[in-house]
Design a binder for this molecule. Sequence first.
Ligand code: ZN
Ligand code: ZN
Length: 397
Amino acid sequence: MYARSALESIRLFHDELTALRRDLHAHPELGFEEVRTSGIVAGQLEALGIEVHRGIGKTGVVGVIRGRGTSSGRMIGLRADMDALPMAEDNDFSHKSTKPGLMHGCGHDGHTAILVGAARYLAKTRNFDGTAVLIFQPAEEGRGGAKAMIDDGLFDTYPCDAIYALHNWPGLRPGTVGVNPGPMMAAADRFEITIQGRGGHGAHPYQTIDPVTVAGHLITALQTIVSRNVNPLDSAVLSIGSLQAGHPGAMSVIPREARMVGTVRTFRKSVQEMVETRMRELATAISQAFGATAEVNYERIYPATLNTPQHAVLVADIATEMVGKENVVRDLTPSMGSEDFSFMLQQRPGAYFRLGQGGAESGCVLHNSHFDFNDAVIPLGSAMFAALAERGMPLAE
Ligand SMILES: [Zn+2]
Ligand SMILES: [Zn+2]
C-alpha cells in the first residue's frame, strides 16, 4: 500500500539511522546546549541537499524540503526534540552515555534519528506539493525549547498548515501507534506557598504563630480542591512534592516559616484557573485564621497538549495503513505528564502521537536510568512523519 512503501524505503537505511541514534545516545546534551547534536543534524540534512536554518531557539535547527510541486502553497511541520536529561545512566552497553550525569533517558535521541530518517526519504522522493518543514527542537525537558523557537519566529517564517510530533512510549508494544483526537498530555503548573508565622520556643507555643500547624491544615484543605471543587468528569492532580520548615536538629524551635512546593496538572483552562483561585483562597484564609500570612507563587510551565481531531484521525488512518488496525489505538487515554509541543499546538493545528516502544513491563520506562530507545521502531516513526507530509500535501494526479 501507499503508506507502506515509505516504510519499506526507510527500512533500507535502518542501520545508518540506528548508528546515528546510538551516537547521539552516547553524547547527550542538555536543553539549549545541543551544540554537537544540532551540528550533526544540520550536517546530515545539508549532505542530503536540504536547506538548513540554524539558531532558531538557540540550538534549534530547521530543514526545508520543497516538493516536486509547490503550487499548493501548503506547508507541513514535523518536529523532533533533541535534548537529554541531567541524570546518570546505569546501562552497560557500548553506546552508553560518555558524559557523567547526563543521559538520553527520554528517547529524544530516537526522535532526532527518526526525523532525520523522514528527511532523507522526503528529500529523495519529494512526492508532495508544498513544503515540508523539519523542526529539530532544543530543550523539551522543562526548559521550553518549543516556545523559544516560536518566539524566534518559527511560524512567522514557516506558517505551517499542520504540525506533527511523536514520542516513544514504553507502555505500547513496538509496532503500534497511539493517538487521541483531543487531549494527549496535561498542563503542568508549579506552585510554591510560603507561610509566615512567628518563631519561638517549642515549649512555649502560645508565644508563637506556628507555621507548621498552618501548613498541616493547608495540605489537607488543598486536597479538597480536587475532591470537592473539580467536576468529577474533569481531571486534575494536585501534588505537594516538597515541604520544608525548621531544622531536624532543633526539636524545640518553632520556625518562622514553612514552605511547600508542588505541581498541578489539568487539561481544561477553566479547571486550571479554578484550581489556582481556590489555592490562593485556601492559603490566605487558613493562614489568616491562625494569625499567619501566606504568599502563593503559581507558575504555568507547559500548557495542555491538545490535538486537533482531524489531524489525529489522519495520524490514525495512516498508521492503520502502515501497521494494520489491530496495532493502532485511536482513543489513547491521555497522560497527566506534559510536553512542550503544546506551545506549538497552541499556534498551529496538528497532532502529537505515541510510537510503541515496549519495555514498560521490565521497568524500561521514560526517565529511568536503565532506559534505552528501541531502535527497531525507527523506520515506523520516520515513515509516519514522511506519510503525514505526503498525505497533507498530495501531488495533483
Ligand atoms: Zn522526558
Ligand atoms: Zn520526552
